[in-house]
Design a protein around this ligand. Structure first.
Ligand SMILES: *Cc1c(COP(=O)(O)O)cnc(C)c1O
Length: 425
């Protein structure tokens, strides 16, 4: 039996899905550990990998990620608190956000948390704070937008000419201005770019990283010493949602970067990464139950409890975020073309709008009432990122670990009852 089959069986055995609770998220901690070690194995020792907390902001997932050797990249005071609660030390946290308040900036500078400056107005605030806290241990960089264009998904492309993120390198005289900015501020020791997430080709990411690496070299040459010691190359390694295959791998990415930006592999710079989706997506699944089935206009429709509230991107932008499902019987036996008729199927969610579908027009072994549906590759940006929180209480989250035939499953976040939700309103 494969691991996912075992996860379903274990979830059934412990009655993780019952009448009150009709969808759960599951994170595989052994899988996470392997993914982090794959990342470290692919890159040399001058690379330090931080995890983009927005992808899965659960303390009980972040704590093992820290133990496996990752730092944390955070983008809000809430994420910072979550990362600190998960035990990350200040020097292993990077704060990125385009909207940092004075309080956010002061917290970082006072506590030695690294940060990347988004814009010139933020720079003014940091200038003032550095006068107040001249001995700050914060490693401070500028987020640079190399303006190299979009990948396949507009909403996750952050290096377009008009992106809201970072300092637009090619506008007006910005390149020279930035060099002058670094020259005047010996505490600017880092430089940052993040080209985008899912949908950006590796070559586009490498191109953006090449541009900021050359810029770092130019700034250091202009200053006459190596003031910039850290290059933060962001995250964005895409995930294959169409099968179990991990493609591209961290090794694929490292090989391409090594060919395109060899300087990063010489040890001259400390290199930080900020992977999110590539760390967690394939180590998490959603399991939900088929409540009803029907036929409408020749389409077999299986209504489940996992929809836009936890599969938000897929429900609203199905073409950009297609996702795979596997059916299991109530006893946990995988449904295959050998044991079930294949029919044209929509797997639907519980929300009251027509687009609330996990997938549509798929040829799937026929789902029946009380079957389970596993939604694959949902360890990042899905069940941890709720939408419509009030009307649909949170989905419970479990971790699994241990060998395939002896999985241990533990609830790390309980479902909220409607009473819990009401008490907060
Ligand atoms: C979202 C984000 C990441 C992580 O992106 P993934 O696609 O999940 O790897 C990294 N850095 C920054 C600045 C981000 O905004």
């Amino acid at each position: 039996m494969n691991r996912k089959q075992n996860i379903i069986k274990t979830a059934i055995n412990i009655q993780a899905i019952n009448n009150d609770l009709t969808a759960i998220g599951v994170m595989d901690l052994d899988g996470l550990k392997k993914t982090v070690s794959d990342a470290y194995d692919a890159f040399p020792a001058n690379f330090f990998h931080t995890f983009a907390v927005k992808a899965n902001a659960l303390v009980k997932v972040l704590t093992p990620l820290r133990e496996y050797g990752m730092g944390a990249e955070v983008a809000s005071p809430g994420e910072l608190l979550i990362a600190l609660t998960a035990g990350f030390s200040s020097q292993n946290i990077i704060f990125d956000s385009p909207a940092k308040t004075i309080q956010d900036l002061t917290t970082c500078i006072k506590n030695g948390i690294a940060l990347n400056i988004d814009n010139l107005q933020e720079l003014e605030r940091i200038d003032a704070l550095m006068l107040e806290f001249p001995d700050s241990k914060s490693v401070i960089g500028f987020r640079v937008n190399p303006q190299i264009g979009a990948g396949k998904i507009g909403s996750t492309s952050t290096a377009t000419a008009t992106s809201k993120f970072g300092y637009a390198l090619n506008d007006n005289n910005n390149r020279n201005d930035l060099i002058a900015i670094y020259k005047k501020r010996p505490w600017l020791k880092s430089i940052h770019t993040h080209t985008g997430s899912q949908g950006c080709e590796l070559t586009l990411m490498a191109h953006g990283i090449n541009i900021i690496t050359e810029l770092a070299e130019e700034i250091n040459a202009e200053i006459g010493s190596q003031q910039i010691t850290r290059i933060d190359i962001g995250g964005g390694l895409p995930v294959n949602f169409s099968s179990e295959v991990i493609k591209p791998s961290f090794k694929d990415y490292a090989d391409l970067l090594k060919a395109e930006v060899p300087l990063l592999f010489t040890g001259k710079y400390q290199v930080k990464t900020e992977f999110g989706r590539a760390i967690v997506a394939k180590n998490g699944v959603i399991i939900t139950r088929v409540e009803y089935t029907k036929n409408s206009g020749g389409r077999h429709i299986a209504t489940t409890h996992a929809g836009a509230q936890i599969l938000t991107r897929t429900a609203f932008l199905p073409k950009s975020w297609p996702i795979r499902t596997t059916g299991y019987t109530a006893e946990g036996i995988e449904k295959t073309p050998q044991n079930s008729a294949v029919v044209t199927t929509d797997v639907a969610g519980p929300c009251c709008f027509a687009g609330d579908l996990i997938c549509s027009n798929q040829q799937l072994p026929k789902l029946e009432r009380n079957d389970y549906v596993m939604v694959h590759d949902t360890g990042g940006y899905y069940f941890t990122n709720h939408f419509d929180y009030n009307s649909l209480p949170r989905v419970a989250v479990y971790t699994v670990n241990g060998p395939d035939d002896e999985l241990t499953m533990q609830c790390i976040r309980a479902q909220e009852s409607l009473a819990d939700v009401l008490s907060k309103m």
